[in-house]
Design a protein around this ligand. Sequence first.
Ligand code: DX5
Ligand code: ZN
Length: 210
Amino acid sequence: MILSPSILSADFGILAEQVREVEEAGAEWLHIDVMDGHFVPNMSFAMPVIKSLRKYTSLFFDVHLMIERPKVYIERFIESGADGITFHAEATDKIDECIDMIRKRGKSVGISICPETPLSVIDDYLDKVDMALLMTVHPGYGGQKYITEVNSKIRELRAKMGDDFKIQVDGGVTEENLDDILEAGANVIVAGTAVFNGDITGSVKRLMNR
Ligand code: DX5
Ligand code: ZN
């Protein structure tokens, strides 16, 4: 499994330092949550933060766009240093164009759906993407409770796509529920509060040693 620590729960005053700690503890990905105050009822940060952080780490930048009209901004996120871009199927009617844009720049393509959105919405695109992100909380905030009903979608998608496909879960992952999530078939795990909780090194190591 791949662990993708979400910096949404980091201390932004010492962000580079905390990201280095995540990297030294053994993580290979970094989950970067971009929120626009429209697609989700909250705002976070965008290109300048990603660009600055790029200088301090070689972690895979897993950029999760919780924004409307993602196509308008994809190019700029790639220029800022994204290695993979995940956009929401609910946020655009130009899904194919978004996929092509990310693919043409040689970056990894992810498509995401909210907890209540059925898998059928992304069915037609699964063969064209590298990863599907099944949200396990309502996007917008860290520290929410994992919605266990999503596990049946994880199972269904794993059965359909086979072992190699990346199924990412995001929201409410803890050291306690991680085994059930992996058993359901997720293989890319986002964790925010479970990592940036005071003991970054210990948390990363415990989450990765499954
Ligand atoms: C929520 C974000 C998540 C968030 C997860 O909208 O997409 O990535 O940081 O935080 P935790 O792990 O605390 O639920
Ligand atoms: Zn996220």
